[in-house]
Design a protein around this ligand. Structure first.
Ligand code: NAG
Ligand code: NAG
Ligand code: NAG
Ligand code: NAG
Ligand code: NAG
Ligand code: NAG
Length: 601
């Protein structure tokens, strides 16, 4: 790779682009339209270009790529930034710089580029470009991870707070970090429960208003360009950049990445190529309901997952899962003990003096952490230990999971998620639609009654949406369907039967809206996204899809996993697999853990 200095811009300097990068058509047009560069190109044909093409006002040319030096990229990747229009409907808005990292195809012929999204919204995608992803998708693709709008190294970047420590101080011990405490989930008719939720919602909305006003002051109009529809246009723009004018947009995304994928295929159906979405959130709900109404949709499989967790714990016995008192204890008894633990915490939070940060554990936080653990079956053994220690009065292990301080050097943690969701969700049409604290409380109670008595008020910690009525701007565009596009090559949907936050119902909904243009495959097991406990079956179907083999709609993959393992035994899941399958499974698990890590950030 030719780039030697991150400041020199490589627009027009063909010889400085990575050798494997092909010259797309836009590029030829760009050069043809630039007289000075054309001259220099002629004069220097075949040799390195001088700086004439790359300095001055050309530095930020739309359609150029600024390659970083190899030492700045993670091993095995080419990285840099693609310069794109900040606003696809208004060129006077200037440019945005999208951070990218490409893990190159190692097999030829190369088929094209697959764009990657880890979820969030707010997850940095550049970290995904890796051999592990190549194992899941195939070695004959360039795998392009990018930081979506507002996020990490992409500019403009969301920076509403002045520093990461300001973020830490702002959330500490508030409802944003401690979650919503429900006095008891056993009698939701008790007016005290509503009163308590209204009071916490007042605090919640005041915090959200503070966040929004901070963003308005520190970012202003720069906040307008973070929405999912704009990110779809970025992928379209970059696909043309890397694969030529006719290059399709190929894509892989999990969790929120399923929203981005659904927007992609429905906004630009003729541009969609191979698209896989895993861990499905409902795009209709997302784009047409205000964000406080999303959780009732997301929690459709949560109780089923929780019951499976408790039953598996009971079967594993008290050594492996200390939440059960004896092997095969009825799951209702474990559930009842945990409920009385939460109810006690609701009256008296547990002091936690010796955690990363001294503090106290509330019922809201404990429930939110249990929900987070339900998304991660590989951590169920740890969760049982952390919860059982907390039940016996030592909340350190559990609280640490909540209150790990954000590293001071990462100001971009910030409000990345709101930056996306507040552009995507519909603004209230009338004053009456602006949610009041009473509306938020009523929605929690409805969610607890209808779908999840244990976790109906618990998503706010992991999925920090809300307060978009205070958001200072709207985006240049907001996509809200239709969701029934016809595709040349069907999109592949992957859903788990027990995903506690992106339920299979959402995958089936997309499938029913696009019956001929999607196929759904089902992983019969718990966890958020199939990568939570990958199986060779799912991994091979996805790999096969990118190689041109469409699975039958409704194909089901069984899971087998020792959720509460006896650590003295080796991992039974991998027993009997050949070396190649073992490698695929290791990669899939590594991707699963990376996704969790990125989303947590
Ligand atoms: C931002 O991107 C860099 C480079 O890909 C990565 O090392 C870092 O972990 C990312 N930060 C976050 C918070 O994801
Ligand atoms: C639930 O609370 C309401 C209001 O306090 C009360 O009237 C009702 O008896 C309670 N139900 C149960 C089963 O305790
Ligand atoms: C959103 O989800 C909820 C719960 O599943 C459902 O009642 C509602 O109709 C959905 N709204 C839309 C617009 O899909
Ligand atoms: C509480 O739990 C933590 C983490 O497991 C452990 O390090 C610590 O020793 C425990 N404290 C007491 C008093 O048992
Ligand atoms: C797609 O959905 C839109 C809006 O719901 C509807 O008007 C249209 O008829 C549908 N198109 C097809 C081909 O079903
Ligand atoms: C695809 O398979 C799922 C699961 O079996 C089923 O519910 C759905 O109706 C099927 N979709 C179509 C379009 O046949």
């Amino acid at each position: 790779m030719g780039a030697s200095n991150q400041d020199s811009y490589k627009a027009g300097t063909l010889s400085n682009m990575p050798e494997s990068t092909q010259r797309p058509k836009w590029f030829k047009r760009l050069i043809a339209g630039t007289a000075v560069c054309l001259f220099i190109l002629g004069a220097y044909r075949g040799s390195k270009l001088g700086p004439g093409c790359v300095s001055g006002h050309h530095r930020h040319r739309v359609g150029s790529i600024k390659w970083s030096t190899p030492s700045e990229c993670s091993p095995g990747t080419d990285c840099g930034s693609a310069i794109v229009p900040k606003d696809y409907f208004d060129s006077s808005a200037g440019t945005a710089s999208i951070a990218i990292a490409i893990f190159r195809a190692t097999k030829s012929p190369k088929k094209g580029t697959v764009f990657l999204n880890p979820g969030g919204p707010g997850g940095s995608g550049t970290r995904l470009a890796s051999q592990e992803i190549a194992d899941l998708i195939g070695e004959d693709w360039d795998l392009l991870g990018f930081d979506p709008r507002g996020i990490n190294k992409t500019e403009p970047q969301i920076q509403c707070f002045d520093s990461a420590s300001d973020v830490n101080f702002f959330v500490a011990n508030t409802v944003l970090q401690q979650g919503f405490t429900v006095a008891s989930s056993s009698n939701l008719s008790d007016p005290a429960i509503e009163a308590q939720l209204v009071e916490q919602s007042r605090e919640f909305l005041a915090l959200k208003k503070s966040q929004a006003e901070l963003c308005a002051r520190n970012m202003g109009d720069e906040l307008r360009y973070m929405g999912t529809a704009t990110v779809v246009r970025d992928m379209d723009f970059m696909a043309k950049l890397f694969d030529g004018e006719d290059g399709k947009i190929n894509y892989w995304g999990g969790s929120y990445g399923s929203i981005l994928g659904a927007y992609l295929v429905n906004m630009l159906p003729h541009r969609a190529g191979f698209v896989v979405i895993d861990g499905i959130a409902d795009p209709v709900n997302w784009s047409t309901e205000p964000s406080h109404k999303w959780p009732i949709n997301w929690l459709a499989s949560t109780e089923k997952t929780y019951r499976f967790y408790l039953e598996t714990c009971s079967r594993a016995g008290p050594e492996a899962c200390p939440l059960t008192q004896y092997t095969d204890e009825p799951y209702e008894e474990i559930e009842a003990r945990l409920e009385s633990f939460f109810d006690n915490l609701a009256v008296a939070p547990l002091p936690v003096p010796f955690a990363f940060r001294p503090g106290f554990l509330t019922s809201g936080a404990a429930r939110a952490l249990l929900l987070m653990y339900l998304e991660r079956p590989l951590q169920w053994a740890e969760s049982a230990l952390a919860l059982s220690q907390a039940v016996s009065g030592n909340g350190t292990l559990l609280f640490n999971k909540l209150a790990t301080p954000r590293p001071p050097s990462t100001p971009h943690y910030d409000l990345v998620r709101l930056g996306v969701t507040c552009i995507d969700s519909p603004p209230p049409a009338t004053r009456a639609e602006v949610p009041t604290p009473e509306d938020l409380a009523a929605e929690f109670i409805k969610t607890m009654r209808k779908v999840s008595p244990h976790f109906g008020a618990s998503v706010s910690v992991g999925e920090p949406d809300g307060g978009c009525q205070y958001w200072p701007v709207q985006g240049p565009e907001r996509f809200a369907g239709p969701w029934n596009a016809t595709l040349e090559w069907p999109m592949l949907i992957v859903s788990n039967t027990m995903d506690p936050i992106t339920p299979i119902e959402s995958g089936l909904r997309i499938n029913s809206l696009m019956p001929d243009s999607t196929r759904i495959i089902i992983q019969d097991g718990p966890g958020h996204c199939s990568t939570a406990i990958p199986t060779p079956c799912t991994v091979k179907l996805v790999r096969g899809y990118y190689a041109g083999v469409l699975p039958e709609n409704g194909t089901t993959c069984d899971t087998s996993y020792a959720y509460f393992p006896d650590t003295s035994k080796s991992d039974s899941t991998l027993v009997g697999l050949n070396a190649e399958d073992k490698r695929l499974m290791d990669s899939a698990r590594a991707v699963g853990e990376l996704l969790q890590d990125i989303r947590r950030a």
